[in-house]
Ligand binder design. Structure first.
Ligand code: SF4
Length: 305
């Protein structure tokens, strides 16, 4: 793997981190060997991975080595997305060849009765349960629950990863600059924000916008599943890498998930970039436009059907 390739992979990784609004780069939680593997940097023959890093391979401040013993705080997004909850994990994605659409689960009816949130009959019930929830530690660090908001009859659902700072302050999803851009994106396909439902996989903010941990996703995803079970959407728009990879249980990069109609418990799912990413990378505006046009066409076709 050439140095150019390694730089390109590092650039892609950094873009993903920025996409989620992270300002500070912390790469601990991975061994030097793991980071070098992700970057595709060649190891020196006969040199232990840690020594190779010291000897001239990419030098990355904050890389955690197991021998150092410090607690990991973050992980790379290129790691496999953890299964979002037991029922979903039981319904592994149908084997999809590289480049083919992914299908997770059978039908939305499978969710009924399958999770700790199944008894919640309405979106307000879900929001109330989220406000009381202590199933993971995030309730202790977040200021407000952010269960999601929108039209209780919505058939178009936008799903992001987790609340950020502004969302944590307000208790509302996708507010601030990225949220305003999402509102414009929706308007471009003739949806008002009030027409759709907007939420995240996680309902409380991870401290410092760090990556959600697998146990947090496992604990929290039943709320999202129940929201989807109540709404019975015609289309899900997954916003950003982590939401897409988590819902579809894949490590495929977002560039290879876009432009296809995947299935999440039978519901068509379209992937696009996170609005925060667009604010920093105008080159993604056109593909995002194409993605949301696709989502709108799928929605319209479902209405027609
Ligand atoms: S993030 Fe989800 S599982 Fe964790 S406390 Fe909040 S609602 Fe509960």
């Amino acid at each position: 793997v050439s140095v150019v390739d390694a730089k390109d992979r590092l650039r892609q990784y950094l873009e993903q981190r920025k996409e989620m609004g992270e300002q500070d780069l912390v790469l601990d939680g991975l061994s030097v060997d793991e980071v070098l593997k992700v970057l595709g940097a060649p190891l020196m023959p006969g040199v232990a991975p840690a020594d190779a890093a010291k000897a001239g391979n990419p030098r990355i401040s904050g890389v955690h080595h197991p021998a150092q013993g410090s607690a990991p705080t973050q992980s790379l997004r290129e790691r496999p997305a953890p299964p979002i909850t037991k029922p979903v994990a039981a319904a592994k994605p149908a084997a999809a060849a590289e480049g083919e659409p992914i299908s997770v689960g059978g039908s939305i009816a499978e969710i009924a009765g399958a999770t700790h949130a199944s008894r919640l009959a309405t979106l307000q019930d879900v929001a109330d349960a989220v406000a009381r929830c202590k199933l993971c530690s995030l309730h202790g660090t977040a200021k407000n629950p952010v269960p999601g908001e929108g039209n209780p009859e919505a058939k178009f659902v936008c799903v992001g990863e987790a609340p950020g700072a502004t969302e944590d302050e307000t208790g509302r999803p996708f507010v601030g600059a990225a949220g305003q851009l999402l509102t414009k994106i929706l308007a471009a396909i003739n949806f008002q924000r009030e027409d759709v439902f907007i939420c995240n996989v996680l309902k409380h903010r991870p401290p410092g916008n760090r990556n959600p941990q697998p146990d947090e996703i496992t604990a929290c995803s039943p709320y999202l599943l129940q929201q989807l079970s109540i709404l019975q959407p015609r289309v899900i728009l997954a916003l950003g890498t982590f939401a897409a990879q988590t819902l579809l249980q894949t490590t495929r990069p977002i560039g290879k998930l876009r432009g296809q109609i995947h299935r999440f418990y039978g519901v068509p799912l379209v992937v696009t970039y996170h609005p925060a990413a667009l604010l920093r990378n105008p080159n993604w505006k056109r593909p995002t436009w194409e993605d949301v046009q696709l989502a709108r066409r799928v929605f319209d076709n479902a209405v027609g059907a």
